[in-house]
Write a protein that binds this ligand. Structure first.
Ligand code: TXA
Ligand code: MG
Length: 326
């Protein structure tokens, strides 16, 4: 049953996400199998969130530590309400941002059908409604919430195109639904509403400043977070390409590729020549992949402003640059 670490078996078929392919994918999910599918943030590796066997297969396929819980993806508010206690703040935020790149960590309902393995035995469950027609159609057709981490091996760069999924998880997933490149490009913002006060566990596609304005309070996040890590998934080394990454670089040192931001003649690739953070987020993972080549000794990345989507981009770059586990 265990697959070899290094040599996945046959590559999974990539199929355009037609109605027929979505129906086939839903059938696989109802049988406890795994399907990769597009969301607005990154591609997800989906399985039935209520099925221990499917959830175990996700951890196995990703090589992910089982103490790191998964997000349950839903297609409707009613579906979320069956899984978690939707607090007043949760309702307000869901009304405003769902479907969209906001994940809410909420108290698990006593009768929640979500596999305890998916929530790593915590008394909270993370839920989100993705803003992508293929994802929403797939969840609705499967008729159950889908547990879906990013469809990459644990610790590696997240996939924003179907081809990226095939490269890293090819033989470990039954089907890859191709919905083109992901619009947002960085993962959802994870907001914890299960504790005494709300906290951002991971900056992402919804800007922290926007959440603060809606909630009417300042949210602890990143370095200001006194209680880090509340999110077991926020391990230091993550999102890492093969090459070393050097953020906040004014220019490339010898042998390095330069990933630019804003006007930069010398950039090997540029996240956004006009300095647009949305464009930079959408390009981030694909460009890290493209520069992860043997002719370079490392990837230097020019400074990215630390506000809005820049918080998510800097978070990913800091982890990509963190010391790697042996
Ligand atoms: O945009 C996204 O969120 C993508 C797409 C596929 O939806 N998914 C994604 O999943 O990024 P994943 O598994 O790579 O990240 C989920 C994050 C992890 O940091 C995990 O620790 C945290 O959410 N998380 C999940 N359940 C939690 C819980 N009950 N309490 C605290 N953190 C939780
Ligand atoms: Mg991930």
């Amino acid at each position: 049953m265990a697959q070899s670490e290094t040599s996945p078996t046959l590559p999974a078929p990539i199929r355009p996400a037609t109605a027929a392919a979505i129906a086939e994918a839903a059938e696989i999910l109802r049988d406890g199998g795994l399907v990769a599918f597009p969301t607005e943030t990154v591609y997800g590796l989906g399985g039935d969130a209520t099925c221990d066997r499917a959830v175990a297969a996700i951890f196995e396929a990703k090589g992910r530590p089982s103490f790191n819980p998964l997000i349950a993806h839903v297609a409707s508010l009613e579906q979320a309400e069956a899984l978690v206690e939707m607090t007043l703040d949760a309702r307000r935020l869901a009304a405003r941002f769902w479907p969209g790149p906001l994940t809410l960590v909420l108290p698990r309902r006593p009768d929640s059908p979500v596999s305890l393995l998916a929530s790593a035995g915590l008394d909270s469950v993370a839920v989100r409604m993705p803003d992508h027609p293929v994802a929403l159609a797939l969840i609705a057709a499967a008729g159950r919430p889908l547990a879906a981490p990013s469809a990459n091996r644990s610790g590696a760069v997240s996939p924003t195109e179907a081809g990226h999924v095939a490269e890293c998880l090819g033989g470990r997933v039954a089907l890859i639904l191709d919905g083109g490149p992901c619009r947002v490009g960085v993962e959802s913002t994870v907001l914890d509403l299960s504790g005494d006060r709300p906290a951002v566990l991971r900056p992402g596609g919804i800007e922290v400043e926007t959440l603060e304005a809606v909630l009417g309070l300042a949210l602890p996040h990143g370095a200001d977070r006194p209680d880090a890590p509340r999110s077991p998934g926020q391990m230091e080394s993550h999102y890492a390409p093969g090459l070393p990454v050097r953020p906040d670089a004014a220019f490339a040192e010898s042998g390095e590729a330069l990933l630019g931001f804003g006007p930069a003649e010398a950039a090997t690739l540029n996240l956004s020549p006009s300095g647009d953070l949305e464009e930079a987020a959408a390009n981030l993972f694909a460009m890290l992949r493209a520069l992860d080549r043997p002719e370079y000794g490392g990837i230097a990345v020019m400074p990215i402003p630390r506000y809005g989507l820049g918080l998510a981009i800097n978070d990913r770059l800091r982890r990509a640059a963190a010391p790697r586990p042996k």
